[in-house]
Design a protein around this ligand. Structure first.
Ligand code: SF4
Length: 627
């Protein structure tokens, strides 16, 4: 037991709990007087504190603490670019192909990892730590598996260590995402690839190897190229899942999209970088050569323009759009719309990591509504803004300015505004370029969901400042898609052992209680249990199918026409069988077929009215289907 002792620091009397209690009871004043110490300097305080810490540790039998230091890794240097291959993975094949093309256009050798499978999961478990979440095992095991494959192909370990690096995103948590980097290193070491380099994407200072010289440079070309790649990947992914369920020739969607993505990759890979020294008129070239600031400024705007509005890029987009628009679709097929939410990786991967769920849903007759990665980026920016506002009372430069200290008040005001304007500009740019890509690729892809609304809808159930994983997004999306009637069922895919997803699952029961017509199914994905998961989805999908069918029949009845009449009209109007034919959205109707018959019926009515108005007296009225 210890009692407080008093001592003097620069003339002031203070108490410290650092001496053992006397054996017999003593009055406090006496005790304090008997232990009165004279300490005059900060260094003396530190010295005594340290001595006391050591004494107490010795009593408790504790070793002095050894702090963890991140292992120093060989740098990936600029000179290595031509011979070292960058490996990456974790997205859909569309994103990955486009990202690889951007790397290649910037002069890097790059390869994507295969889609993680159950064998990768087992490899991850074998070489990784216990108690990790599902994506950790899949992704870590996938990398180890790939390196083992290279070894089987005849490369030595030394060649693998020297000629390959892995590129991945890093985070500081709060969920297990913060441990991924360490997990990769741990598993690689256990698998015999100690020293294999893991490059982290850091948003603060660009992209650097874990130590030493930056081998990956976050150049303007690389940044805009990646922006385009991510947006194109999202839009293509959404389009595929919107078109494939309605294709009339089986397999056509996959074939056409393969060609379209390859075409765009070609453009991204071979695009010539804008350099003002080459593009400027002869008389100005010398000026740009000698003036670095001027050259850089022109280059930034020139590259931006080239990436976003360049003739080659717009032509490549037009070609892709025309290719996709050649697919024939039949949108009168009634299908329940299943909105996919859940954990970032589990809702994106298209393999064993989520039990091939999208493929299964389509086989079962559903239309899948996938989530773009752009929503996640929009969420991060929205959260950055909300956190800046919430923390400003602590972070502001002047805590308690007097009422007359106008300068300090202004500094407090403008400091926050500057932060919010910067993030706001980023948000506007992100949204603008994403929606612009949608317009350039047919205009039928889903727009980004407003983040403010998501946070407001989720907040009664899930505090928006509870960080980790998808945060409040899972709950917010569930409510959003239900109250706006944008889908028939919400399917949340979450990996086993995912902490944030377990949290949001906990509150989803309260959400379901409030929104009675909601069909919500959380599925915990794992390396095993596929049959069980599929059968649970089948049951919920049964309900969603009934819902979709009832909605369709009600809409068809409201038109006063039969399905055969509508189909006859469609058969005579080929534009209605094109995927990019725009069907205006009706509030309160979720199904594609229901929306479509309402629209076609309106068109038929308008045409009938037109013919009635323009017919020559005495002739018969043309039928709507007769056009
Ligand atoms: S969100 Fe869940 S599954 Fe994803 S890294 Fe974090 S803990 Fe793992």
């Amino acid at each position: 037991m210890f009692v407080p002792v008093c001592f003097k620091v620069r003339g002031q009397t203070r108490l410290t709990p650092n001496l053992p209690a006397p054996k017999i009871a003593q009055p406090l004043e006496e005790l304090m007087a008997s232990h009165l110490l004279q300490i005059d300097t900060d260094s003396e305080i530190k010295k005594r504190l340290e001595a006391e810490r050591i004494r107490l540790r010795q009593i408790a039998g504790l070793e002095p603490p050894k702090h963890f230091h991140r292992p120093v890794e060989r740098a990936f240097t600029a000179e290595e670019r031509s011979r070292v291959t960058i490996l990456f993975g974790g997205f859909t094949w569309k994103h990955e192909d486009l990202i690889r093309a951007v790397f290649q256009s910037c002069g890097y050798r790059c390869e994507k990892l295969p889609v993680p499978n159950v064998a990768a999961f087992q490899t991850g478990k074998e070489f990784g730590n216990n108690g990790q979440c599902n994506p950790t095992y899949f992704t870590v095991g996938n990398l180890v598996q790939y390196l083992q494959f290279l070894e089987k192909e005849g490369l030595t370990r030394e060649q693998i260590l020297n000629n390959y690096v892995f590129f991945t995103a890093g985070s500081c948590g709060p969920c297990r995402f913060g441990m991924y980097e360490a997990e990769y290193r741990f598993a690689l070491k256990n698998a015999g690839f100690d020293g294999f380099r893991v490059l982290l994407f850091k948003d603060s200072d660009g992209i650097k190897a874990a130590s030493g010289e930056p081998g990956l440079k976050f150049t303007v070309d690389f940044g805009f190229g990646m922006l385009n790649a991510m947006h194109l990947g999202d839009v293509f992914n959404d389009l595929i899942y919107q078109i494939r369920p309605f294709e009339t020739r089986k397999g056509e969607t996959d074939r056409v999209f393969r060609e379209a993505v390859d075409g765009l990759c070609e453009d991204l890979r071979n695009r010539k970088s804008f350099e003002i020294e080459e593009r400027a008129p002869e008389w100005a070239k010398a000026k740009f050569k000698s003036n670095k600031v001027l050259r850089n400024a022109f280059n930034v705007f020139g590259k931006w323009h080239e990436h976003m509005w360049g003739k080659d890029y717009l032509n490549a987009l037009r070609t892709a759009r025309e290719r996709v628009d050649s697919i024939e679709v039949d949108r009168t097929r009634v299908k329940p719309v299943v909105k996919i939410t859940g954990e970032f990786w589990a809702q994106i991967t298209e393999g064993d990591g989520n039990f091939h769920m999208f493929e299964f849903l389509e086989r079962e007759g559903a239309q899948v509504m996938v989530e773009p990665i752009a929503t996640w980026v929009a969420y991060l920016m929205y959260q950055a803004k909300a956190h800046a506002i919430a923390k400003w009372p602590v972070n502001r430069p002047h805590r308690a300015p007097k009422w007359y200290e106008a300068q300090k008040h202004f500094a407090n005001y403008i400091g926050l505004r500057k932060k919010l304007w910067a993030i706001g500009a980023g948000q506007r740019m992100w949204n603008f370029f994403y929606h612009r890509t949608i317009d350039q690729l047919g205009g039928i892809t889903h727009h980004l969901v407003p983040q403010t609304e998501l946070a407001e809808l989720a907040h009664p159930f899930y505090n928006q400042f509870a960080r980790g994983g998808e945060g409040h997004l899972e709950v917010g999306k569930n409510v959003y898609y239900t109250i706006h009637k944008l889908c028939h069922m919400v399917l949340a895919l979450k990996p086993f052992g995912c902490m944030p997803s377990s949290q949001s699952d906990g509150v989803q029961s309260a959400v379901i209680n409030k929104f009675k017509d909601m069909i919500f199914l959380p599925i915990e994905t794992s390396g095993e249990g596929e049959v069980n998961a599929h059968s649970r989805v089948q049951m919920a999908l049964g309900e969603a199918k009934v819902k979709a069918k009832a909605e369709f029949e009600q809409c068809l009845r409201s038109t006063g026409k039969s399905l055969a009449e509508i189909q006859d009209y469609i058969a005579e109007h080929p534009e209605l069988r094109r995927p990019f034919y725009r069907v205006p959205h009706r509030e309160g109707v979720a199904g594609t077929a229901a929306q479509f018959v309402l629209h076609v019926s309106d068109r038929m009515d308008r045409q009938t009215k037109f013919w009635k108005r323009t017919r020559v007296p005495g002739t018969a009225v043309a039928t709507a289907s007769g056009g």
